[in-house]
Write a protein that binds this ligand. Sequence first.
Ligand code: ATP
Ligand code: MG
Ligand code: FE
Length: 338
Amino acid sequence: MNVLGIESSCDETGVAVYDTGAGGLRAHAVYSQIALHAEYGGVVPELASRDHVRKLLPLIRQTLAEAGLSTADIDGVAYTAGPGLVGALLVGAGVARSLAWALDVPAIGVHHMEGHLLAPLIEEDAPQPPFVALLVSGGHTQLVAVEAIGSYRLLGETLDDAAGEAFDKTAKMMGLPYPGGPQLAKLAEQGVPGKFRFSRPMTDRPGLDFSFSGLKTQVLLAWRDSDQSEQTRADIARGFEDAVVDTLAIKCGRALDAAGTDTLIVAGGVGANRRLRAKLVEMCEKRGGRACFPRPALCTDNGAMIAFAGALRLAAGQHDDAAIRAVPRWDMATLAAV
Ligand code: ATP
Ligand code: MG
Ligand code: FE
């Protein structure tokens, strides 16, 4: 079954085709609106919606061409129904649902975070549940116990900033251009470890929640009181990255203990971070388990994860009615089991 996946929850237009048979991920393409929003220093919702309108149909044509398929080969359509920006969601949902109607194939609205969560399973040698998922993106930092696909129990989450948000805001404070997260990580490569040491928030007491906003303030004060040289900026970036990575690793270890498993899957944009990947692999190997990640391009927003998550549900016989669904706020714990 060839499932067309469409992602438009924020500032990336993503399209992919996932084949539940031997074909696997047949093609995927992402158009990022980063340049469009850069001058505003953040995503402008109305501009995002309008750009999805411009980019979505050409991207669908391009992706089908790359897969060597025509619309007649599509057996189902999956789209991001939420959470996200309502106008941006409506663009993808409207196109996806209409296309499914015209082709007379089933459609399904996918939860964006379930898409992120399942992305590691697109890769070779994918683990089977039970496992713990660490979701670290621009809007979420969550630890989720996964008993079965579709059955998600929240173990802990951030009380303030998401990990990706903390990367972006910290980068901005030190004058890096928007969006700063990946650039801060790049800069940290040149930083001297241990030159600046920041706290590992909320690791000194039990619990699986996170808080990253205080860390941001610590960095602000360190940067303000420093010589603000290039090397200092890199040293602070390294200190910040190490604090976030250590904190995430400590909590992941505790979450594995709580869930009684040694398998961790990691997804969301911060999952592309090299030091985080290395640290979590090491932590899991020490306990005789493993940490699994999607390739970096499937950590950030993409259509492949939506095609894949939708394909699992469509293959299990689930689908939606003819309504165009856009759900800006949506709790993953309410999802049906697959
Ligand atoms: P959500 O999925 O919660 O709605 P989102 O879709 O905006 O949020 P993603 O696209 O998954 O988030 O990830 C984007 C985030 O990942 C940004 O905050 C970005 O700074 C961060 N990020 C991307 N690459 C890296 C990296 N190498 N190191 C650290 N952070 C990174
Ligand atoms: Mg984005
Ligand atoms: Fe996302």
